[in-house]
Design a binder for this molecule. Structure first.
Ligand code: UDP
Length: 544
C-alpha cells in the first residue's frame, strides 16, 4: 500500500529490544497542559483500544511526572485551541513486560508530529488552528524537518484542504483511521505530541464571547514567512519589487465570493461600482470555482480584497503589504464582535488596511428561517423565540457555537448598499491604495542607553538643577535610523507619579519642578522612529 512505513529502514530487532529494555521516554516543555509539547521515544498506539501507551521499564522516564494530576484535566492539548475538552491528550501505562503478551509492534521510523486538526473543513480553522501552528512547531524542533511525518488524531477524513497539509512535509500525513492498517500496536520511534499556540491570534468563544486572544505573540512577519514558504512550495512567484511599469499599472481588486450561502446578491453591481471608484480591474474567485493555489496566486497580487465575513477571508494573509481588506457583514451582525480577519490584518507588520462594512438596511437582507439550524434556520424554535430573533436589530454577545440568533443572521444574503460601502472605503482608502511599494518597516529595537549619569546643583533655597546625560545604545552605531529620541522619566523619591520627557539629544538640564535637597529617581530609554522602544537603563538616584 502507498503509505507503507518502510520497516527496512530500521533494524526491527534492535528497535524491539530498545522498547523492551528502555520502555517509553518522555520529556515535555510547558508548565500547564495548555502550553505543553512532549517529546517521546517509543510512544506506542494501540489501534484496537484507540489509546496511546507508555511502557514503563527500569530506564523509562516521564517529565513532568504529574502522578494523577496528569488527568486534571489532561497532559496536554492536542490541538492549538486552548483547553478544549474534546482535544485533550493522555496515554495509558503498561509495564514493558506486558509487550510479551501483546501483538508485535510496528515501528514508525520517521520523526512524527502527533496532533489534532480542529476543523479541517473550514479554511480559517485550517490556517489558524493547524497549518500555522504545525509550521512553527516544526521550526521549534529541528528534527521535525521536511522528512517528518504528521499524524492527525482528531478522527476526521482528509477534509477539503488536505493538499495544504501535504505541503508541510514531504511525507504523506496519516489520519487516525489509517493507523489500524499498520497493525494493532504502532510504536513511534521519535515523536512530538501537541502544537505550539504561539501563532494563534483568535479565540472562538467557548468560554467568553469570541475575540482576539488576550496576549498575541505573533507578528505579521511570522505570518508572512509562513505564507511565502507555502507559496514557494506551490511555485507561486510574487512580482516582488521589480515589477515593470505595465504590471504596476495593472492593479486589480478581488471579490472573494461565496456561492452556497451568505451571498452578495448584487455582486455585478458592486463590482461595477468598485471598478469605477478605483479605476482597477476586477477578479472574482470562489472556493467552488478555483483551486486554492490559483486563489492564492490571484490574492498575492491584489490591491483590495472584498468578501463577506467568512473563513475564506483568512486568505488575506497572502495579500501584498499595503493592500486593503474589505469585510462585509450581514444585517444585525456587529463587526466589532467578530474580528478574526480584522485582527489578522491589524497584526503589527502585516501592513494591511482593514475596512468593515455592515448592512444597516433590513430590507436589503434575505434570511432563511426554514433551513436546518446549522445554516441559520429558526423554524424549529418556539414561536416566541422566533419572534424575538426577528425583531432584534443586533445579535447580542454570545458564546460559540450554536446560538440560533447568530446563525440566523450570519447566514443571511445581502444586497450591498453601494453608496454606504464606498463611503466606508473612502474614509480608509484616502488615495488609491499604494500597493506593493510598501516595504516592511524595521523592527530593530534600541539597546539600553549606556553610562547614564546625573549631576545636580542648588541655585537658591527654592531653585535647583538636575542634569542627566547618557551615551547612545550600543547597536545604534550599526544602524541607519530615521529618528532617534530619548525618553526620561523623573520621579520624586516617595511620590507615585513621574514626569515623562521626550528629548532629542544625549543630555538635558531640568530646572522646572526640580526642588533643592530632594532625591529624584531617573529612568532613561531610547526610542527609534517614534514607536520602537528600548529598555530603560538602571535607575539613577539623583540628590539635589
Ligand atoms: N464556504 C464557501 N462558500 C460558501 C459557503 C462556505 O467557500 O458559499 C466555505 C467557507 O469559506 C469555509 C467553509 O466553507 O471554509 C465553511 O463555511 P461556514 O459558513 O461553515 O464557516 P464560516 O465561513 O462562517 O467560518
Amino acid at each position: 500500500q502507498s503509505q507503507e512505513l518502510s520497516q527496512a529502514r530500521i533494524d526491527y530487532h534492535a528497535a524491539l529490544l530498545a522498547l523492551q529494555e528502555h520502555g517509553t521516554r518522555m520529556v515535555c516543555t510547558g508548565k500547564m497542559h495548555t502550553d505543553r509539547i512532549c517529546r517521546f521515544d517509543y510512544l506506542c498506539y494501540c489501534t484496537e483500544a484507540e489509546e496511546f501507551v507508555f511502557f514503563h521499564s527500569n530506564s523509562s522516564f516521564m517529565l513532568p511526572n504529574l502522578g494523577p494530576r496528569r488527568f486534571q484535566p489532561a497532559l496536554l492539548d492536542l490541538s492549538s485551541v486552548e483547553d478544549h475538552n474534546t482535544q485533550y491528550f493522555n496515554f495509558l501505562e503498561l509495564p514493558a513486560a506486558a509487550l510479551k503478551f501483546m501483538p508485535k509492534p510496528v515501528f514508525v521510523p520517521d520523526v512524527t508530529l502527533i496532533l489534532n486538526r480542529f476543523n479541517p473543513d473550514n479554511l480559517m480553522h485550517v490556517f489558524h488552528d493547524d497549518l500555522l501552528p504545525i509550521f512553527y512547531t516544526m521550526r521549534q524542533y529541528s528534527d521535525l524537518d521536511d522528512e517528518a511525518r504528521l499524524v492527525f488524531m482528531e478522527g476526521w477524513g482528509e477534509g477539503a484542504h488536505f493538499d495544504l497539509y501535504r505541503l508541510l512535509s514531504s511525507k504523506q500525513p496519516l489520519l487516525k483511521e489509517q493507523l489500524r492498517n499498520f497493525g494493532k500496536l504502532m510504536c513511534f520511534t521519535k515523536s512530538y505530541v501537541g502544537l505550539s499556540k504561539m501563532t494563534t491570534w483568535y479565540q472562538y468563544g467557548f468560554v467568553q464571547p469570541q475575540g482576539p486572544k488576550a496576549n498575541i505573540l505573533v507578528s505579521g512577519n511570522e505570518i508572512r514567512q509562513f505564507a511565502s514558504s507555502l507559496m514557494e512550495k506551490l511555485n507561486i512567484t510574487t512580482r516582488g519589487g521589480e515589477e515593470s511599469a505595465a504590471e504596476e499599472k495593472d492593479e486589480y481588486f478581488v471579490v472573494f465570493s461565496r456561492s452556497i450561502n451568505r451571498l452578495i446578491l448584487n455582486e455585478a453591481e458592486l463590482i461595477l461600482a468598485l471598478v469605477q471608484e478605483f479605476q482597477m480591474r476586477a477578479v472574482t474567485v470562489s472556493l467552488e470555482e478555483q483551486n486554492f493555489p490559483r486563489i492564492i496566486k490571484v490574492i498575492s497580487g491584489a490591491s483590495i480584497l472584498v468578501s463577506m465575513h467568512g473563513a475564506q477571508l483568512v486568505s488575506s494573509l497572502f495579500l501584498p503589504r499595503g493592500a486593503v481588506v474589505v469585510e462585509l457583514f450581514p444585517y444585525a451582525v456587529n463587526p466589532e464582535q467578530y474580528t478574526p480577519y480584522k485582527t489578522l490584518a491589524s497584526l503589527p507588520g502585516m501592513d494591511l488596511q482593514y475596512v468593515a462594512w455592515r448592512n444597516m438596511v433590513e430590507e436589503n437582507s434575505v434570511a432563511y428561517p426554514e433551513r436546518p439550524w446549522e445554516q441559520g434556520g429558526i423554524a424549529h424554535l418556539d414561536k416566541e423565540e422566533q419572534d424575538h430573533i426577528l425583531a432584534s436589530k443586533e445579535v447580542p454577545r454570545h458564546l460559540c457555537c450554536r446560538n440560533p440568533e447568530w446563525l440566523y443572521r450570519i447566514y443571511q444574503d445581502t444586497i450591498v448598499d453601494i453608496p454606504s460601502l464606498l463611503e466606508a472605503l473612502r474614509a480608509i482608502v484616502k488615495t488609491r491604495p499604494n500597493l506593493k511599494k510598501a516595504k516592511p518597516a524595521s523592527t530593530v529595537h534600541p539597546g539600553r542607553v549606556r553610562e547614564p549619569q546625573c549631576q545636580t546643583s542648588v541655585q537658591a533655597t527654592n531653585e535647583a538643577k538636575l542634569t542627566v546625560s547618557w551615551q547612545i545604545p550600543w547597536n545604534l552605531k550599526y544602524l541607519k535610523v530615521r529618528e532617534v529620541k530619548y525618553e526620561v522619566w523623573i520621579q520624586e523619591h516617595g511620590e507615585n507619579t513621574y514626569m515623562p520627557y521626550i528629548l532629542p539629544h544625549q543630555n538635558y538640564t531640568f530646572s522646572e519642578n526640580i526642588k533643592p535637597f530632594t532625591t529624584y529617581l531617573v529612568w532613561v530609554r531610547c526610542i527609534f522612529n517614534k514607536n520602537l522602544l528600548g529598555p530603560f537603563a538602571d535607575v539613577l538616584m539623583c540628590r539635589t
